[in-house]
Design a binder for this molecule. Structure first.
Ligand code: ADP
Length: 646
């Protein structure tokens, strides 16, 4: 027996001018009564109904349900008690339009702990009671107004509530549909269910057993003797009996409803919500895709760009070290014997990081011509110890690397050769230096940074120093990548320890630290970009989710009225966000891989494809969904069902 008892219950809305919407009222509604609440607009009827429904809290007095005071109950207890006691019928039906009649009714059972299948079984049973068995699979938006309201009644009774609260249930219906709806409520009442109807319609009120009138917040009982007579004459009829054959999952629901919901029911509800507004779902997924794509792409591109910087740096970095001395200057210079000593050069070659060494002497100009006896033309003279193997120091055609020039052999710089009119090497041309013939065995087409070598004549070190005075000695050293600084320190000591302090060394800047500096600034810029883009995307996701919750206020409030606790709404939004995050994350990962491919191919970079992209994308989508839904789920849990369902 569920007796509803008001003890001096009052509700005043605060404000500049407080509104006494319900003045202290004493009232008892017994189990099995059929009560009409009448009164003009603004009288306080909805306020009374919301207080009865535990959707609103009184400012004074006490409200007892089944003899139990509801004062001081927390949200969860109120939700549970509401769920156990009441079924709701609203003037505007509050059906989820894109779901079928039976899905709408089953939702009422889901918040009483029933799994989806048993909930559907009971929904069909309830639909049969309201005469809509054949409409079970119809989408609710296709039903007529009267049918919608009967579906709403089926939803209200599906969980076996002992009290049905109906707010203007016929307000939107024509008289025939009104009759059908009131007929259903009457039949329900005859099975022992208490029915409380707020109505403007005197014909509806006339069919109840008790008439309460509300005016200016004051409740008076205007039940006539004849109406009470009617109730006494009503025989008890067989009525609605829920089909509980499949209710194993919810033993408590079989006896009395409770405010709980299984994860399967929650998942089904979340999936149906996502399906019901595909455009909204697609938009939310789109935002996740965008955020994951942005974040992952900038991250991946930062890796590609970094490796690109590294490669470019490796390719460009200077791998040459030059050690030199000027002979005959103010400072003691390296002597030619030491400088050209094979042992000294061997020591330099064995310095770690040295790939190749070219000993090069520079001499005073020597008369040079293609004709014997012509002493007018002069060319710069150079001496080398051997033709270097690695082409970047000295590019020579016509002679093999490692060759030591014989005393009567020379190389000609490409421009010197053309100036002297020396022909192709197959003809074994001869050049005359200071009146002596020399066989030209090779042409120097490039001498790297020592471009002056390309314009002169090159002989062996000993022959060159015999021909003219030595001006300077130098070593051109090719080093392995990154060894420049180290070789620059060690080479002078290895070459000529006694002169080391007077040798001039030209070495590239330390490439390792330079590369690290560049890499880390590139990384910092791109990481900042990733963080900023992820943050921007999260903010827009959060906004989109909040907006979508705002658009669903009525639907979410309905779940609250059906017994959902705040945490249930949070979970529902959380489940939806997880699904959106999962799908969005997957698509975002794929999109980012494609974007990175396109960008790197267009830039001719080495693409960095990470097999972790997919799991990271999915995880990122889930995290984005979770973080993005925080505001939305808080908003959902704060919905006030009393005002949202007006
Ligand atoms: P009825 O349902 O009979 O039309 P209500 O119960 O909705 O009347 O309202 C009773 C009075 O309380 C009205 O004057 C209305 O303006 C006022 N009222 C209702 N809800 C609120 C509210 N949330 N805040 C302030 N005043 C309210």
């Amino acid at each position: 027996m569920t007796v509803l008892e008001l003890r001096s219950l009052a509700r005043t809305y605060p404000g500049a001018v407080p509104v006494e919407a319900l003045r202290p009222a004493d009232l008892v509604i017994n189990q099995g009564e059929m009560v009409a609440i009448e009164g003009p607009s603004g009288a306080g009827k909805s306020t009374l109904l919301n207080l009865l429904a535990l959707l609103d809290t009184p400012t004074d007095g006490d409200y007892l349900i089944g003899g139990r005071s509801t004062r001081g109950l927390d949200d969860a207890s109120r939700a549970r008690l509401r769920c156990e006691t009441f079924g709701f019928v609203f003037q505007s039906f509050h059906l989820l339009t894109s779901r079928t009649a039976e899905e709408n009714v089953a939702l009422g059972a889901a918040y009483h702990g029933l799994d989806p299948q048993p909930a559907l079984d009971r929904a069909r049973n309830a639909l049969q009671f309201v005469g809509l068995a054949e409409r079970a699979g119809f989408r609710s938006e296709l039903l007529s107004g009267g049918e919608k309201q009967r579906v709403a009644i089926a939803r209200a009774i599906v969980a076996d509530a002992p009290v049905i609260l109906a707010d203007e249930p016929t307000g939107n219906l024509d008289s025939a549909s009104s009759d059908a709806v009131i007929g259903v409520l009457e039949r329900l009442n005859r099975t022992g269910v208490t029915v409380v109807i707020v109505t403007h319609d005197p014909r509806v009120a006339a069919r109840t057993t008790r008439r309460l009138h509300v005016e200016d917040g004051v409740v008076t009982d205007r039940t006539s003797a004849s109406q009470q007579q009617v109730v006494q004459q009503q025989p008890s009829q067989p009525g609605y009996e829920p089909d509980r054959r499949n209710d194993r999952t919810a033993p408590r629901a079989a006896s009395r409803a409770s405010s709980r919901v299984t994860w399967r029911a929650m998942l089904t509800d979340a999936a149906a919500s996502l399906r019901s507004d595909r455009r909204r779902t697609a938009r939310l997924i789109g935002v996740v895709v965008l955020s994951v794509t942005l974040a992952l792409t900038t991250l991946r591109l930062s890796q590609s760009a970094r490796s690109q910087v590294s490669d470019a740096f490796d390719a460009q970095r200077n791998r040459r070290v030059a050690v030199g001395s000027t002979l005959g200057g103010a400072v003691p210079a390296i002597d030619v014997l030491t400088a050209t000593d094979p042992e000294s050069l061997r020591r330099v070659r064995s310095v770690p990081g040295v790939e190749e060494v070219l000993a090069l002497s520079t001499h005073i100009q020597v008369p040079a011509s293609a004709q014997p006896g012509d002493l007018t033309n002069k060319e710069r003279l150079f001496g080398i110890d051997a033709v270097p193997a690695n082409t970047s120091l000295l590019v020579v055609t016509g002679v093999e690397a490692g060759t030591t020039l014989k005393d009567n052999q020379v190389l000609l710089g490409a421009s010197a050769a053309s100036r002297l009119g020396i022909g192709p090497l197959e003809t074994s041309p001869t050049v005359w230096l200071a009146g002596q013939p020399y066989e030209v065995v090779g042409i120097v087409t490039s001498a790297g940074l020592r471009t002056e070598v390309e314009t002169g004549v090159i002989a062996s070190l000993s022959e060159a120093s015999r021909l003219t005075a030595t001006e300077s000695m130098s070593l051109e050293i090719r080093v392995v990548p990154g060894a420049g600084a180290q070789v620059a320190r060690a080479a002078p000591l290895a070459w000529a320890p006694q002169y080391a302090d007077f040798l001039v060394v030209a070495a590239p800047p330390d490439p390792t630290s330079m590369r690290e500096t560049i890499e880390s600034s590139v990384r910092a810029i791109l990481l900042t970009l990733s963080v900023v883009s992820a943050a921007a995307a999260l903010i827009s996701l959060s906004n989109a989710m909040s907006t979508s919750v705002a658009a669903r206020t009525g639907e979410l409030a309905l779940r609250r009225a059906m017994g959902a606790r705040r945490v249930h709404l949070r979970s529902l939004i959380g489940y939806e966000a997880a699904a959106i995050g999962l799908v969005g994350g997957l698509l975002g990962a794929v999109a980012s891989v494609l974007t990175v491919l396109v960008v790197t191919i267009a830039q001719r970079w080495q693409p960095v494809i990470d097999p972790w992209s997919l799991p990271i994308g999915v995880l990122g989508g889930l995290v984005a969904g979770a973080v993005g839904s925080l505001g939305a789920s808080r908003r959902a849990s704060r919905i006030d069902p009393a005002s949202a369902l007006r």
